[in-house]
Design a binder for this molecule. Structure first.
Ligand SMILES: C[S@@+](CC[C@H](N)C(=O)[O-])C[C@H]1O[C@@H](n2cnc3c(N)ncnc32)[C@H](O)[C@@H]1O
Length: 219
């Protein structure tokens, strides 16, 4: 499915999110608190639009994804060619234990077939004391806004996607997967169950997106 949307993926996101995607990516980078020279793994990086933002911190950012179509589209974009691109399944990452200072996943965890297994795999490749930030669609906090947003998601978004996206059906899936995804508290509980500690979240755009931050326990 992602191979089929790769060509116009970045543009479609920006149109459907009214340009908010750039701010969400910037906030993800800030939540990671990356220092120059640190190693950060961007799982389910797609076209590496999320990875390019991480690299602005001076950290060494690695883009990994299992869609060769997305990775190829990203590797052709100006400003991303110098990034390391790794074809990898989030459930079986080809990296040694504790090899990254931080791991992050933006708009990807919802798509992974086995979320608890992925969260455990992220912990395996993160060094003790290292950080995880999950940037994902979530549940708007205010009831009125939530209703408005759900109408947009289920009605307007598929209509717009038919006019912009290279595979509009994928965006019907997008709307449904967002609606069925756990809310902020439930996702925080899943992170805790996978062994992550100090779990916190922050809402962006009224809870349309949430950033969950957690730490891999030392020792
Ligand atoms: C919505 S895109 C997000 C891309 C990028 N992180 C961003 O912020 O725009 C979701 C990505 O998750 C990837 N994905 C889904 N399941 C995966 C898995 N098990 N392993 C690796 N990548 C996966 C898809 O190939 C797709 O590129």
């Amino acid at each position: 499915m992602f191979d089929a949307v790769a060509r116009r993926y970045d543009l479609t996101n920006t149109v459907l999110s009214f340009g908010q995607d750039r701010r969400w990516r910037r906030r993800t980078r800030q939540a990671l608190g990356l220092g120059p020279g640190e190693w950060v793994l961007d799982v389910a990086a797609g076209t590496a639009v999320s990875t390019a933002e991480l690299a602005r911190s001076g950290a060494r950012a690695v883009a990994s994804d299992f869609s060769l179509g997305m990775l190829t589209a990203g590797s052709r974009r100006p400003g991303r060619r110098q990034l390391p691109f790794v074809a990898a399944d989030a459930l079986h990452l080809p990296f040694a234990d504790a090899s990254f200072d931080a791991v992050t996943i933006s708009f990807g965890l919802r798509n992974v077939a086995d979320v608890p297994a992925a969260l455990a795999e992220f912990a395996r490749v993160t060094r003790p004391g290292g950080r995880l930030v999950v940037c994902e669609f979530s549940t708007p906090v205010l009831a009125g806004f939530r209703q408005l947003y759900l109408n947009y998601l289920m009605r307007a978004l598929p209509w717009i996607a038919r006019r912009v996206a290279s595979n509009p059906d994928a965006y019907v899936y997008l709307a449904e997967s967002i609606r069925l995804w756990p809310d902020q508290r439930a996702l925080a509980a899943q992170l805790g169950q996978a062994g992550w500690t100090d779990v916190q979240w922050r809402n962006l755009t009224g809870g349309v997106v949430a950033l969950h931050r957690a730490v891999r326990p030392a020792g």
